[in-house]
Design a binder for this molecule. Structure first.
Ligand SMILES: [Zn+2]
Length: 189
């Protein structure tokens, strides 16, 4: 029963939203009906507090999104790789954002050294390894999150798909952002 209420809430809110869009932003729906040409690819965390479109007040159609636990960039990740190929070679986005966030459960889990379930253990293992040297100097949580985000950005800029896209379009930019769920603010790192 509770789940049905959650679903009804989702559908009800969507109806209200669609009506509001029709009334105030009909041109956005009209454009979206024809296709998409987003300028931004956003690689972010799956965390429910960091919805890229909402926190940047972006209209539907503006941001192509890939999210996973702890905004990890791994060149063996086929889901990420297909997103990169599509966003960079077909949609030809102009800006790629890697967005981390404070209080990231994935990063905290990786640093805890605790044993979770198999897929989570496998997914977060690289985070732990990448931050190991920094951990020796007693960093703050904020410093760890920023370092983690910079690590993912560095891996992205070295990624073969990203490098090929940069060769084709030297104006293509890659940036790292960190979001603070407690203030709602983004900052460039
Ligand atoms: Zn997170």
């Amino acid at each position: 029963m509770e789940n049905l209420n959650i679903l009804n809430g989702i559908l009800h809110n969507n109806e209200t939203w669609a009506l509001d869009m029709k009334e105030h932003s009909a041109s956005v729906l009209e454009e979206n009906g024809k296709g998409q040409s987003p300028q931004v690819l956003w690689i972010g965390c799956a965390d429910s507090r960091v919805p890229p479109g909402l926190i940047t007040e972006s209209k539907p159609g503006s941001i192509f999104v890939h999210r996973n636990i702890a905004n990890v960039v791994e060149k063996e990740d086929e889901s990420l790789n297909s997103v990169l190929e599509y966003a960079l070679f077909y949609l030809k986005v102009k800006l790629v954002v890697v967005c981390g966030h404070y209080d990231c459960g994935g990063v905290k889990a990786a640093l805890s050294g605790d044993n979770f379930t198999p897929y989570i253990n496998k997914w977060i293992a690289p985070i732990h390894n990448e931050l190991q040297s920094l951990q020796k100097v007693n960093p703050t949580h904020e410093e760890l999150i920023e370092a983690h985000t910079k690590n993912q950005l560095a891996k992205l800029t070295k990624h073969p798909i990203a490098q090929k896209a940069k060769e084709d379009n030297s104006a293509l930019e890659f940036v790292g952002l960190v979001y603070d769920p407690a203030s709602g603010k983004l900052k460039k790192i």
